[in-house]
Design a protein around this ligand. Structure first.
Ligand code: ADP
Ligand code: MG
Length: 251
């Protein structure tokens, strides 16, 4: 059983969840075995690691539906210690299909119980629906990526409310591991102000590492590559390496 399961969550789209999940998983997989679970029907973590969603027989959907076990849903990646449970297109129907099932919020937790990896990272969809609830119910920790923009804190109240509710019921042990500022642009005069605001709100839960806006991070998924494979000397790669160190020390 994995000793730590981290969900990367924010119901806003485009804030850097997938970029964080993929590159954090890859960096941590230099030292330990990591299982990355793509729980977003868009499948960006899957394609970002070079897999074609259309040609994958089973993944997180089949796992949630109880059609396959974890071994059959997992794919080896180019990186020896990084394993992926991909997203397939049928995941889009999962929210609706799960609704009437018993223990509908615990499907992922049960499916992941047999994982041999000590660390699992879950890339969540941009919603607070049943898929995200499955992720939160299965997790020991969560990481919230926050985009450095004017409305950065908007929607976070709702997210933290959901987390509070999950703690009160589905998963009393869920902890906020940290909040990471993404797409930080020094040249934008607002950025420093947004950072101060997020710091003020989250205190020492805010990771010291700030992920800069970096074109290498945006390019990498197009090559089906992590930022380390694409350009390991880029600012983006260095940021995610530094974030991985912080995450490892908080675990
Ligand atoms: N630090 C960054 N610098 C530049 N582009 C980024 C950065 N982080 C993410 N992106 C790009 O922004 C878009 C949204 O990021 P993504 O990680 O997919 O967000 P989410 O999973 O929250 O929807 C993607 O095209 C991604 O490549
Ligand atoms: Mg995503």
């Amino acid at each position: 059983m994995a000793s730590r399961i981290i969900s990367v969550v924010n119901q806003k789209g485009g804030v850097g969840k997938t970029t964080t999940a993929v590159n954090l998983a890859s960096s941590l997989a230099n030292k330990i075995d990591v299982l990355l679970v793509d729980l977003d029907p868009q499948g960006n973590a899957t394609s970002g690691l070079g897999f074609d969603k259309a040609n994958i027989a089973s993944g997180s959907y089949q796992l949630l539906a109880g059609q396959v076990n974890l071994t059959d849903a997992a794919l080896k990646t180019r990186q020896a210690r990084l394993t992926l449970v991909p997203a397939t297109s049928d995941l889009a129907g999962a929210e609706v299909e799960l609704v009437n099932q018993p223990a509908r919020e615990f499907k992922l937790k049960s499916a992941l119980a047999s994982a041999s990896q000590p660390l699992i990272i879950i890339d969540c969809p941009p919603s607070l629906g049943l898929l995200t609830l499955n992720a939160l119910a299965a997790s020991t920790s969560l990481i919230i990526p926050v985009q450095s923009e004017y409305y950065a804190l908007e929607g976070l109240g709702q997210l933290l409310n959901t987390v509070q509710q999950v703690r009160g019921g589905l998963n009393p042990n869920l902890e906020l591991l940290g909040v990471v500022l993404t797409m930080y642009d020094r040249r934008n005069s607002l950025a420093e102000q947004v950072k101060a605001e997020v710091e003020n709100y989250f205190g020492d839960k805010l990771f010291k590492t700030v992920v800069p806006r970096n074109v290498r991070l945006a390019e990498a998924p197009g090559f089906g590559a992590t930022v380390f494979e694409h350009d390991k000397f880029s600012k983006g790669a260095r940021a995610y390496k530094s974030l991985a160190k912080e995450v490892a020390s908080r675990l």
